[in-house]
Design a binder for this molecule. Structure first.
Ligand SMILES: Cc1cc2nc3c(=O)[nH]c(=O)nc-3n(C[C@H](O)[C@H](O)[C@H](O)COP(=O)(O)OP(=O)(O)OC[C@H]3O[C@@H](n4cnc5c(N)ncnc54)[C@H](O)[C@@H]3O)c2cc1C
Length: 531
């Protein structure tokens, strides 16, 4: 039988120490051993029963319960003061066979896999690669869990692929302690699995597009995600090149995403007019004299086995690079300076972004690899329509020069998501992000909350519609913030939550993040009728 270690705790923290946050109980469930003689499906079902037992315990104690993944979110979205469940040991993986595909489905069975929620992106990639498959996109690094990624809407800069939740085609949700609370959910318009197969692990099957889209980016508050059905694709290679390009050129590409006449002039490769798989721009907001930005171009090419003979091992190259995730780049620049944060900011005014011109070719998992820095960090990330990219960047960079903080900017680009509360809600969303290291009160800088308030205000005052990454730092208590960002989709999301979760379960699956964003507040009866 699956069993859970229950530790009394007084606090927990995120990977980048954005807390500490108060806590009573830390729960870690381990599944029955594979040597027990149980099949993987029996072990999976047994784990579901254990999760339901833990939910019942939380309910009986009038306490809240929240699943956490790798604790990589920097906002308090993963925090719950009562009971937090660590999912890392829930990591079974199931291929889907031909007879298990729904008759009305257009998915190919060999692209679909069911992953238990605690699987990390890197483990999934390894498993898929052994089968000649790949995820379609990931974030810049690969330590998050699949359930953690979809719950906040993790993105890379894969212009035409969307975010992690956008290749999820089915969800196994546990919404309470009763047998009928173990649900398999998929879209009615795009069914994936047969009822017979889903009945292997779920009691109730729901096919409903609106419900699926609302639950996809569920903020940890739509129940416990036990399994995620993912659509993969055939292995491909990525050819990566970072170079400094003219500011004006970089911003024009950002505002238009029109690469039809652009020539990145990559050595030994003709990519003139080719739309990249991934485009990212790195910006030092403090040096306004710098005429060039760092631009990362990544092109998708056909997979072949011997690519390492032609291009070398990608991982050692990655270790030398500075343009990996944004925090890492900041750390690499800051390392050259004194340790005093005000001094670092001052020196950034004349510092130029480093040069890096080397081609790397690798699989998705080799190009978007481990996180290079694990100390104290912050990250603020705003989504705007890509046509507003340069305008938003200019305004946010000006706020930053007026209220300096130890960080630098990047812009990434993501196709729109169908998820009701996805921050990638524009046809193409430009994520304007500032990442860096945390500072102390005695550094005499603006507080992070006040800084992010200023970023919200400058976009609002300039009528630039925006969203904020759910897993990143912001003044989440800013009045009316969520309604401003998502409008009528807030009611849609709440209505689905009220349909899926009983009133006591809505309370169990709430947390202070949901309270402060007012997403845990039920809809008024009249609002409920008109949604
Ligand atoms: C080094 C680093 C790099 C990053 N790079 C990127 C990037 O490139 N792109 C990007 O978009 N973001 C990025 N982020 C942000 C981060 O990827 C997201 O916040 C992501 O959600 C973290 O996943 P996790 O597994 O750590 O989940 P957690 O942070 O632990 O949890 C996130 C949410 O998921 C919920 N959750 C987790 N498991 C379950 C479950 N089984 N059932 C229900 N709810 C669940 C939690 O309750 C919480 O609400 C980065 C963060 C770091 C620290």
């Amino acid at each position: 039988m699956a069993n859970t270690k229950i530790d009394n705790r007084t606090w927990w923290d995120t990977l980048h120490k954005n807390g500490p946050f108060d806590l009573k109980l830390f729960l870690t469930t381990k599944m029955e051993k594979s040597s027990s003689g149980l099949s993987d499906f029996e072990r999976y079902k047994d784990a579901a029963i254990e999760i339901q037992r833990l939910i019942q315990l939380a309910l009986d104690s009038n306490e809240r319960f929240r699943a956490i993944g790798s604790k990589w979110s920097m906002s308090s979205i993963a925090h719950c003061k009562d009971r937090m469940h660590y999912n890392a040991f829930l990591n079974l993986k199931f291929p889907i066979f031909e007879g298990e595909i729904h008759p009305a489905s257009s998915y190919e069975h060999n692209n679909l896999f069911l992953f238990q929620s605690g699987n990390r992106i890197k483990d999934i990639s390894r498993f898929l690669e052994r089968r000649g498959k790949s995820l379609k996109t990931t974030g810049a690094s690969n330590g998050q869990t699949i359930a953690g990624c979809i719950s906040t809407g993790v993105h890379g800069s894969t212009i035409d692929s969307g975010s992690v939740q956008d290749y999820v085609v089915g969800l196994n949700m546990i919404t309470g302690p009763n047998p009928e609370d173990n649900i398999y959910l998929e879209r009615e318009s795009r069914p994936a699995l047969t009822d017979t197969y889903a009945k292997n692990f779920a009691t109730v099957i729901i096919r409903d597009d609106d419900m699926f889209n609302a639950v996809l980016v569920g903020l940890g508050s739509m129940g416990f995600i036990h399994g995620v059905v993912v659509e993969s694709e055939n292995l491909f290679l990525l050819r990566r090149y970072v170079k400094k390009i003219n500011k004006k050129e970089a911003l024009q590409l950002a505002n238009t995403l029109d690469f039809s006449t652009y020539d990145p002039k990559i050595p030994d490769g003709n990519f003139k007019g080719v739309r990249p798989f991934h485009y990212k721009v790195f910006i030092n907001p403090y040096n306004t004299n710098e005429t060039k930005y760092g631009a990362e171009f990544i092109y998708k090419i056909k997979y072949y086995d011997n690519y390492k003979l032609d291009f070398g091992e990608p991982i050692p190259f990655q270790k030398e690079f500075v343009y990996l995730d944004l925090i890492y780049l900041f750390i690499k620049i800051a390392e050259k300076f004194s340790k005093s944060i005000p001094t670092i900011i001052n020196l950034l005014k004349s510092s130029i972004l480093p040069k890096e011109e080397k081609t790397t070719v690798g699989k998705l998992s080799e190009i978007f690899w481990d996180a290079g820095y694990q100390g104290k960090a912050f990250a603020c990330s705003f989504g705007v329509d890509h046509t507003n990219a340069s305008k938003a960047l200019e305004l946010m960079a000006k706020v930053t020069r007026e209220n300096p903080v130890p960080g630098i900017f990047a812009m990434r680009f993501v196709k729109s998501s169908e998820a009701t509360l996805a921050f990638s809600k524009f046809p193409f969303t430009c994520m304007v992000e500032i990442d860096g290291i945390q500072w102390k009160d005695n550094d005499n800088l603006i507080s992070l909350t006040d800084y992010s308030t200023k970023l919200i205000e400058v976009l609002k005052n300039n009528n630039i519609p925006f969203t904020i990454h759910w897993g990143k730092n912001a003044n989440w208590k800013f009045p009316g913030l969520i309604n401003h960002m998502y409008g009528k989709n807030v009611k849609k999301w709440k209505k689905i939550r009220a349909k899926l979760l009983s009133i006591p379960m809505q309370e169990v699956f709430s947390n202070s993040f949901l309270d402060s964003t007012k997403l845990s507040e039920p809809l008024a009866i009249d609002e409920d009728l008109i949604v």
